[in-house]
Design a protein around this ligand. Structure first.
Ligand code: NAP
Length: 395
């Protein structure tokens, strides 16, 4: 193995097979750590980037979910030491990206893999855990207060914490409902679990029926199948009408023009209803021989009522919240995994003889829409590379 370079998975041309590129291995500086990447997760953003070069400058290294062992730390690192097993959401530049043998990232983008949990389980949180926290605090303005706890005390929400009254009830005392469209997506499943933990009870999910039991266990009061025959929009509206309440918050975890935005726009009619839509909006899906089309302006993709606020979400700006920038990935995310506040998505392990084979298989599965209620995970470093790196650590 050349010590100054290492292999990375890159997209070179839209929709073409992924390639391996030897890239320079940087040394960690300041508050950065260098890790050997042992597990990664592939998700829709990797697919959007590889199939359409959405916001990509080729050759672009892919991947934003990482789990591995720290090999080296920069001079200003305070939390971690070589040998620590960490995981997180890394996305900003080539040295941070996940689909490469070594990743160099600032320590605040990583948390420790909790005792009793594996890297394989932890790697599925990253992007989507951060996304739901960002959507709820930034777009819905839910507080989600989180205390470190004192010595021996419990970490988590302050004792007795409840959502504010105006988040759960209208002025005339009717229920405010939160609709999670795409409840069985990775974001949807984390979203519902976080809402339940903080005491939000009025949750409706739209998802395939095989996931309804799980979503109810996570905290959804009622679930609707978007493929279940009839008009799912009418079924949701009827449910809320009978309840006498209104849909006041909508988390569109799918961002499909026809599959979610347009239906959601038919539901969003209550004054001030907030709608957070995960970008990009998929106007046309990628398929073999079909060029995908994306849109970033959510207002132009559906007929929205005048009294509602649809917003396109880009989690890449989550660190604008300086408090969360220091705690979300380092403390809150590992705590949520350790305590069971979040059940990690089911892991679908993608096999292959090489890192490139695994990367390509994962990409093909995403394109062919083979993921339902789970997350694709795969190994980056080979067993021998891990053993060698860990042996050097001990010397
Ligand atoms: N902008 C951002 O900051 C940001 C952050 C994270 C994710 N995203 C985007 O958000 C989207 C979802 O990401 P993810 O990782 O959570 O997805 P995912 O887990 O891969 O989503 C797969 C799920 O989507 C469900 N689904 C597909 N079409 C649907 C529809 N029309 N209505 C309801 N459910 C539908 C399927 O449900 P069933 O199996 O039940 O049929 C499947 O379980 C992606 O486009 C991603 O790029 C954006």
């Amino acid at each position: 193995m050349n010590r100054n370079t290492h292999p990375a998975i890159v997209t070179v041309r839209p929709s073409e097979p992924l390639q391996i590129l030897q890239v320079e291995t940087p040394k960690p500086v300041d508050n950065e750590v260098k890790l050997i990447v042992q597990w990664t997760a592939s998700g829709p953003l990797d697919h959007h980037q590889a199939s359409a070069h959405l916001l990509v400058t080729p050759p672009q290294i892919l991947g934003d979910g990482v789990a591995g062992t720290i090999l080296q730390v920069g001079p200003n690192v305070t939390r971690y030491k070589p040998g620590d097993e960490v995981f997180g959401f890394v996305w900003r530049n080539a040295k941070e990206k996940a689909h490469q043998l070594y990743c160099v990232a600032p320590e605040n983008l990583l948390g420790k893999v909790p005792e009793g949990k594996s890297m394989q389980e932890a790697v599925v949180l990253g992007n989507n855990f951060v996304t739901v926290w960002h959507v709820f605090t930034n777009d819905f303005e839910f507080e989600l207060p989180w205390d470190r706890g004192v010595e021996g005390g419990a970490k988590g929400k302050p004792e007795g914490y409840k959502p504010r009254k105006n988040e759960t009830e209208t002025e005339d005392g009717r229920k405010k409902w939160i609709l999670v469209w795409g409840g069985s997506s990775s974001c949807g499943m984390y979203g519902i679990q976080v809402l339940k933990y903080y005491g939000y009870e009025n949750i409706i999910a739209v998802a395939g029926s095989k996931h309804h039991e799980t979503l109810k266990r996570y905290g959804a009061k009622e679930c609707f199948d978007y493929r279940g025959g009839g008009d799912v929009v009418e079924r949701v509206k009827e449910f809320v009408r009978k309840d006498g309440g209104e849909v006041s918050y909508i988390f569109d975890c799918i961002g499909s023009q026809d599959g979610s935005l347009r239906p959601v726009a038919r539901i969003a009619g209550a004054d001030g209803c907030r709608i957070a839509i995960l970008l990009p909006v998929v106007v046309k899906d990628a398929a073999p021989g079909i060029k995908p089309e994306y849109e970033m302006d959510v207002t132009s993709c559906a007929d929205w009522a005048k009294n509602v606020t649809p917003v396109g979400v880009r989690t890449h700006f989550w660190m604008d919240n300086k408090v969360l920038a220091g705690t979300l990935q380092t403390e809150i995310m590992p705590w949520a995994l350790e305590t069971g506040v979040i059940e990690p998505n089911e892991q679908i392990v993608v096999e292959g003889h090489t890192m490139l084979e695994r990367a390509q298989s994962a990409m093909d599965m995403l394109r062919d829409k083979k993921v339902s209620g789970g997350r694709l995970v795969w190994r980056i470093a080979e067993e021998g590379q891990i053993a060698e790196a860990l042996k050097e650590l001990k010397q």
